[in-house]
Design a protein around this ligand. Structure first.
Ligand code: 6FA
Ligand code: ABL
Length: 774
C-alpha cells in the first residue's frame, strides 16, 4: 500500500502546470469559497477562512467543502501540498452520512489518525443525493500542526487532492484503511484572498441567497479572481494555441512577439530536419535533409509504405506533424487577391483590408517560381507544352505572384513557399522566430481532446500528457485565451468534444465510450461546426506527348533517384529535386447562368497518379492537368466525426450545385479545345472511348477531393450561420478563438495556404487588439 505517486510528482509541481484556485459561490449554500473544480473527476474543492487574525480561537480554522460525484469513493486533501508531514483530510459518503477524519503520514504509506488537536465538524449544508456527495465542514486547529508546520493564511500555497474510485475497507469507520488513491493533483491558492467577513454568518448557516443548481456547484462556479501559488509560476498561460499548422504557428509567433506567455501544442512529431525530423532518404543521409525538406520528394508522400505523417483518425489527407499541412503539401503558394478577402465571399467588412497582413506574410515568407538555388528551372517540358496550348486559348503568361489580382486567362510558372531549395513555409520562418522567446513554449506529441470550460469561460485545455499538468489539464490565466488551430477536421473535433457544435455531433461524442466526458447538456453551445464545408472539386486529365519526361511519375525518387539529379541536389540544393511536381498554373473566369463568377484553376505536372486508358500509351511521356473549380463555387457539404470519433466527411461538398458542374465541364472542354494544334499530343484519361461528361459523372468523389477544406468553422455575423465572429472568437464563449482554414468563409481563387496564412496574420492582430485579454 504505497502512496508513491503523490511523492514522486511533488518535486515537479514547482516547475509548472498546476490549476489555480479562484473564487466561487456555492449555489446551494451561498458560501463563497476559493478553490477549484478538477476537470477530470469534476470534484470541487473549496476553502474559506475567517478574517485574518494572528491569535484567538478562530485563527487556525477554516470552512471547507468537497462536492464529489458519487463515483468518488474517497477524497483526500493535503493542506500543504505534500502527503508526508502535512495535515490530511479524508472523507467519503457512507449511506446518508459523510465519514471523515484528520490523518497524518510520515512517509508514503497508509496515513493514520492525526494525533494533534484538530477538529472536523460536518456542517448542516452537507447533502448527499443520487449523483453527488457534498460535504461542508469546519476544520478547527487545522492551519497549525503538531510538527510545528502549517499553512500561512496570509500568503500563497499549494494544496494537493487525492481521488479514489475504490471504496475504503470499512466505510463506517472514520479511521478505515484504504488503498492508494487512483488519481491525484495539485493547485495553487492565494490564501490571502480566501478570507471572508461573512465567516460567522456561514457558521450560523447564513450564506446569503443560495441559488438552486441542477448539476451541483462544479458547473456553476463564477470566476472573479485567479492567482498562482508561488510554486506554479511557470503556468497558467496567457494563450494556449492548439495545433502547429500554418494557422497555429503564425498566431503563436505574433502573439508571443507581443510579449504574451504562449504555449503551442502539437499532436504530431518533428517534420523537417530543423525540427528534429530524421526521416531521410537513403541517398540523402549525408545531408540529414528529410522527406519533408526535399521538394522533389513531395510525390513520394503518397506512395510510402509507412506514411506516419497522415492523421490516422481523419479519413481524408491531413498532416499530423510539426507544420501540419504545410509540411506535407505541394507548397503551391499564391499571394491572396482582393477578391479572396471580399464581403462577396463572406468576409466581414472589417477583414477586407487584407493588404497590410498579406504584406507582412510576403516579407516573412516570400514566394519563388524558380526554387532551385541556381535560379534555373528544371523538368519544364510540361510547362512548355501547356503554355503553347493556353496561348492558343487567349491566355497570357505572367509572373503569377507579381499580379495576384490577375486570375483570368493567365498562366505562369508554379510558385512555391520553398526557401533555399528546401521546404520553407511557416516552420522555417515564423516558428523559428517564436522558439527562442522565453515567453514561448512549444510541446510536440501532445494531443488536446477538449477545452475545459465553465459555461462560456474557457479554463484551459485537456491533454493526454499528465507530465504537463494534473491529469493533463493545462490552465489559462484569469484573462487567458485558448486558440484552436487544429485544421478543419482537428478543430471541429475539439469543439464537439467540448460540447460545442450541432446536437447530433455532441450526441455522437456522448455515445462514444472513449471520448472525453462532455459538459452537462445545459452548457452545450449549438453552433454550425462542420457545416458549410467547401473543398475544390478537381478533375485530372492525363496526356502523353513525346517531348515530356514523366520522371517515372516520381516513383523512384526516394529509393533509386537519377544519380546526377540526387548528386546535384546534395551538392547545392539545386536541380530537379529543388522543385515539387507542379510546373505551371493557370486561371480562367467563367460567368455562370446564376450570376456568380466562378474561377477555374489548372495545375500541370509531369507524371500521373492514375490513368484509365483502354488504348496503349507511353507512360514515360505522361503529364497531368488538374482542373479545379474555386472562388464563386456554390457547393457546400458537411464534415464531422463518426462513432469512433474520427474526423470525416458527412456530406460530400463537390459538385452539389448543378451550375458548378456545368462550369467545371465547360472549363474542361476549353482546356482540350485546341489539342490538335499541338502535334502528337494525346489525351489518355479520359481517352477517345469516353466523353468528358461521362468521365466526370463516373469520377470517384474520393479523388475529386483537393485537400483544401475551408469554412467548417466559418467567420460570420451570427451564431446561426457562423462559428466565429469578426474577431475569430467562438460565439457563446468569452475566450475561445479559432485561427485555421476553418474560419475562411469561401474557397480562395487558388490553393489556400496563402490566404490561410494572411488570415492568420490578421486574426492574430485582431485577437491582440480585442479588449479583455491578458
Ligand atoms: N495548400 C496550398 O496552398 N498549396 C498546396 O500545394 C497544397 N497541397 C496540399 C497537399 O498536397 C496535401 C496532401 C494536403 C493535405 C493539403 C494541401 N494543401 C495545399 C492545403 C494546405 O496545406 C492546408 O489548407 C493548410 O495546411 C491548412 O492549415 P491549418 O492551419 O488550417 O491546418 P493544418 O491541418 O495544416 O494544421 C493543423 C495542425 O494541428 C496539425 O499539425 C495537427 O497535427 C494539429 N492538431 C490537430 N488536432 C490537434 C489536437 N487535437 N491536438 C494537438 N494538435 C492538433
Ligand atoms: C495541392 O494543393 C493539392 O492539395 C494536392 O492534392 C496536390 O498534390 C498539390 N497541391 C500539388 O498540386 C497532388 C499530387 O500531385 C498527386 O500525386 C496526389 O495524388 C494528390 O495530391 C492527392 O490528393
Amino acid at each position: 500500500m504505497l502512496f508513491r505517486s503523490l511523492l514522486t510528482l511533488l518535486p515537479f509541481v514547482g516547475l509548472a502546470f498546476s490549476q489555480s484556485a479562484s473564487t466561487f459561490t456555492d449555489p446551494t449554500s451561498g458560501f463563497q469559497f476559493t478553490g477549484i473544480t478538477d476537470p477530470v473527476h469534476e470534484v470541487t474543492y473549496g476553502f474559506t477562512f475567517p478574517p485574518l487574525a494572528t491569535s484567538g480561537a478562530q485563527s487556525t480554522e477554516f470552512i471547507g467543502e468537497i462536492v464529489a460525484p458519487v463515483a468518488s469513493k474517497w477524497i483526500g486533501i493535503a493542506l500543504g501540498g505534500a502527503m508526508a508531514g502535512d495535515l490530511l483530510l479524508v472523507a467519503w459518503a457512507n449511506g446518508n452520512q459523510i465519514v471523515s477524519s484528520t490523518r497524518w503520514a510520515t512517509g508514503y504509506v497508509q496515513p493514520t489518525a492525526y494525533t494533534g488537536t484538530a477538529t472536523l465538524t460536518t456542517l448542516p449544508e452537507t447533502t448527499i443525493n443520487a449523483t453527488h456527495w457534498h460535504w461542508v465542514f469546519r476544520c478547527q486547529g487545522c492551519t497549525q500542526w503538531n510538527n510545528g508546520n502549517g499553512i500561512d493564511v496570509t500568503s500563497e500555497g499549494v494544496i494537493a487532492w487525492a481521488f479514489s474510485n475504490v471504496a475504503v475497507d470499512d466505510p463506517s469507520d472514520p479511521q478505515s484503511t484504504f488503498s492508494e488513491h487512483t488519481d491525484f493533483g495539485f493547485f495553487g491558492i492565494d490564501y490571502s484572498t480566501a478570507h471572508t467577513s461573512n465567516y460567522q454568518n456561514y457558521l450560523a448557516g447564513n450564506g446569503g441567497t443560495p441559488t438552486t443548481s441542477p448539476t451541483g456547484p462544479s458547473h456553476t462556479t463564477t470566476t472573479t479572481t485567479t492567482t498562482t501559488g508561488p510554486t506554479v509560476s511557470a503556468t497558467p498561460y496567457d494563450y494556449i494555441i492548439v495545433g502547429a499548422g500554418p494557422g497555429g504557428i503564425i498566431a503563436a509567433d505574433r502573439i508571443s512577439q507581443a510579449g504574451k506567455k504562449v504555449l503551442l501544442l502539437e499532436r504530431g512529431g518533428p517534420s523537417t530536419q530543423e525540427t528534429g525530423g530524421n526521416y531521410v532518404a537513403p541517398w540523402a543521409t549525408s545531408s540529414g535533409l528529410t522527406k519533408f525538406d526535399i521538394p522533389g520528394l513531395f510525390e513520394s508522400l503518397f506512395t510510402d509504405s509507412n506514411p506516419f505523417w497522415w492523421c490516422k483518425d481523419i479519413t481524408v489527407f491531413a498532416g499530423c506533424l510539426v507544420g501540419g499541412g504545410t509540411s506535407v503539401n505541394g507548397a503551391l503558394y499564391w499571394y491572396p487577391n482582393d477578391g479572396d478577402f471580399s464581403t462577396n465571399v463572406g468576409w466581414p467588412q472589417s477583414w477586407t483590408n487584407h493588404a497590410p497582413y498579406t504584406s507582412m506574410l510576403e516579407s516573412r515568407l516570400p514566394s519563388t517560381d524558380h526554387p532551385s538555388t541556381d535560379g534555373q528551372r528544371y523538368l519544364e517540358q510540361s510547362f512548355n507544352l501547356v503554355s503553347q496550348l493556353l496561348s492558343g486559348q487567349g491566355y497570357r503568361q505572367i509572373t503569377i505572384n507579381d499580379s495576384p489580382d490577375s486570375k483570368d486567362h493567365v498562366f505562369g510558372y508554379s510558385a512555391f513557399d520553398f526557401l533555399n531549395g528546401k521546404r520553407g513555409g511557416p516552420v522555417a520562418t515564423y516558428l523559428q522566430t517564436a522558439l527562442p522567446r522565453p515567453n514561448f513554449t512549444f510541446k510536440t506529441n501532445v494531443m488536446v481532446s477538449n477545452v475545459v470550460r465553465n459555461g462560456s469561460q474557457i479554463l484551459g485545455v485537456q491533454t493526454n500528457d499528465s507530465t504537463l499538468g494534473p491529469n493533463g489539464f493545462i490552465p489559462v490565466t484569469a484573462k487567458g485565451r485558448v486558440i484552436l488551430s487544429g485544421g478543419a477536421f482537428g478543430t471541429s473535433r475539439i469543439l464537439y468534444q467540448s460540447g460545442i457544435g450541432p446536437t447530433d455531433m455532441l450526441q455522437t461524442v456522448q455515445s462514444n465510450p472513449s471520448a472525453p466526458a462532455l459538459p452537462p447538456q445545459a452548457q452545450w453551445i449549438n453552433l454550425p461546426v462542420g457545416m458549410n464545408a467547401q473543398d475544390n472539386p478537381s478533375i485530372n486529365l492525363v496526356f502523353t506527348h513525346p517531348s515530356i519526361d514523366a520522371y517515372d511519375n516520381w516513383a523512384d525518387v526516394w529509393s533509386d533517384p537519377r544519380p546526377a539529379d540526387a548528386a546535384q541536389y546534395l551538392a547545392s540544393q539545386s536541380g530537379v529535386f529543388a522543385g515539387a511536381s507542379p510546373k505551371l498554373n493557370f486561371w480562367r473566369a467563367y460567368g455562370g447562368s446564376d450570376g456568380f463568377t466562378r474561377y477555374a484553376q489548372g495545375t500541370v505536372r509531369p507524371g500521373a497518379a492514375s490513368t484509365n486508358s483502354s488504348l496503349p500509351f507511353n507512360a514515360t511521356q505522361m503529364f497531368t492537368i488538374t482542373v479545379y473549380l474555386s472562388t464563386g463555387i456554390q457547393s457546400r457539404g458537411r464534415i464531422g466525426i463518426d462513432a469512433a470519433g474520427r474526423g470525416t466527411v458527412l456530406t460530400n461538398p463537390w459538385l452539389v450545385n448543378a451550375e458548378d458542374k456545368t462550369v467545371l465541364l465547360q472549363a474542361l472542354h476549353d482546356v482540350v479545345s485546341n489539342l490538335p494544334s499541338v502535334a502528337n499530343l494525346t489525351m489518355i484519361t479520359p481517352d477517345v472511348t469516353q466523353t468528358l461528361e461521362e468521365y466526370v459523372d463516373l469520377y470517384d468523389p474520393a479523388t475529386m477531393n483537393s485537400n483544401h477544406w475551408v469554412s467548417t468553422t466559418t467567420i460570420g455575423s451570427s451564431a446561426s450561420n457562423a462559428v466565429v465572429d469578426q474577431n475569430v472568437k467562438v460565439f457563446g464563449t468569452n475566450n475561445l478563438f479559432i485561427v485555421d482554414a476553418g474560419i475562411v468563409p469561401h474557397l480562395p481563387t487558388g490553393n489556400p495556404q496563402g490566404v490561410i496564412m494572411s488570415a492568420a496574420e490578421q486574426a492574430a492582430a485582431k485577437i491582440l487588439a480585442l479588449a479583455g485579454g491578458p
